[in-house]
Design a protein around this ligand. Structure first.
Ligand code: SF4
Length: 385
């Protein structure tokens, strides 16, 4: 498969807000599909119930928000508005149920609205534990067991230990290939531009996990064959965009402004668990333990005994980044409340940073281009912003 063909496929998926790819998968497999809100849900359980987990991340600038605004006050982020708009315009009608994780108050409230608006649809709120230890592990396993039972009832395919172990193995392969593309991009960001890596990640929202793993492998093979020029860009880590997504043009703008993005936290769901999960004799417990012990550092999960910002500093060093760009959605409490602690950690470590906010339907990028360009230039010229 040529690189152009892979890019054409992932671009098509990115713009597929009507979920045609999901409808085609359902027609092919005669199975159901479950929408999952950001950021983390145990997609392995959906897969084990022989359903397709479909990541929902708003609509970007692809639709006009008409009714969605009426449901929310003005001072919250954009994602719930466009998600409601997608639902009210029947673009999510192909989905047979929805999982809402406890990402933040906005998503919790959205799950309540969903139950009022769509009373006949399967809706499940997933209260992920914030504590660690044996009690949290028992609590989370019990909740996952209930979820597995409910999803099995919905699909008609009960989740067994064997089916879950098999699903975990399939998602482990996907995690491994995503890790690989991140490693490769950090080594040679000119060969694996972030625009393409990002589109590949977004494709994980719509594709069956094995299809997505193969697509990433095909992309790696095709991109490796290209001889793309090395540019004098500044290596940066981008953080804050783990839920509502930046417009694609914003990502392109950062690259055009002279930044090689060597790590980021967008489309974090499929990359939430760090490293493979060993299913063992009790695959549900293994998933619960993995959430407690293998979650990526993020504002969404309290980690006792770990100083905020240490993980970010470690990432900057591991990726040999020269600076950090805080790029968070406007009104995103989890990202924006954590940002000062992260900035302080970077300042202690002598790592330069800059910050701006966006909305998924932002249409003007000139100011961001100038800010990112100045940041990148100042690092290259003087070694610090
Ligand atoms: S963008 Fe932030 S505030 Fe909005 S739903 Fe996501 S995590 Fe919550």
């Amino acid at each position: 498969m040529t690189l152009a063909a892979v890019i054409a496929e992932i671009e098509k998926l990115y713009f597929d807000i009507d979920l045609d790819a999901v409808a085609a998968w359902k027609a092919r497999t005669h199975q159901k599909a479950i929408g999952t809100l950001p950021v983390y849900v145990p997609r392995e359980i959906v897969t084990a119930a022989e359903m397709l987990p479909v990541g929902l991340m708003g609509a970007g600038a692809q639709i006009e928000i008409i009714r969605g605004d009426a449901y929310f006050q003005s001072y919250i982020c954009q994602l719930p508005r466009s998600t409601i708009e997608l639902a009210l315009t029947k673009r999510l009608a192909v989905l047979d149920g929805f999982l809402f994780p406890s990402t933040c108050d906005v998503i919790r409230n959205l799950s309540g609205m969903w139950q009022l608006l769509f009373p006949d649809t399967f809706v499940r709120y997933l209260d992920l534990p914030q504590a660690s230890g044996a009690v949290a592990a028992r609590y989370h396993r019990r909740d996952l067991e209930k979820l597995a039972r409910e999803l099995g009832d919905l699909s008609g395919h009960p989740v067994t230990n064997a089916s879950l172990a098999s699903a975990i193995a399939r998602h482990n392969k996907n995690r491994a290939v995503l890790d690989r593309i991140y490693e490769l991009r950090a080594k040679a960001p000119w060969t694996f531009p972030t625009r393409e890596v990002y589109l590949l990640l977004r494709a994980a929202n719509l594709l069956d996990v094995d299809d997505h793993t193969r697509l990433v492998e095909r992309y790696i093979a095709a991109a490796t064959r290209e001889n793309r020029p090395v540019r004098d860009h500044t290596r940066v880590v981008v953080v804050g965009a783990f839920c509502e997504q930046p417009p694609l043009e914003l990502i392109q703008t950062l690259e055009a402004a002279g930044c090689y993005i060597v790590d980021d936290d967008w489309v974090l769901g499929p990359r939430w668990l760090q490293g493979p999960v060993a299913p063992g004799a009790d695959a549900l417990q293994a998933l619960a333990n993995a959430y407690l012990a293998q979650s990526v550092a993020s504002p969404l999960k309290f980690e006792p005994g770990i100083r905020k910002g240490d993980a970010l500093v470690e990432t900057v060093r591991a990726r040999r980044a020269e600076g950090v760009i805080f790029c968070a959605p406007s009104f995103c409490d989890p990202a924006l409340l954590e940002q000062p602690m992260l900035e302080a950690a970077l300042a202690r470590a002598g790592i330069p940073s800059t910050a701006f906010k966006y909305a998924e339907n932002l249409g003007q990028f000139q100011v961001i281009r100038e800010q990112a360009g100045t940041f990148s230039d100042s690092i290259r010229l003087w070694g610090a912003a």
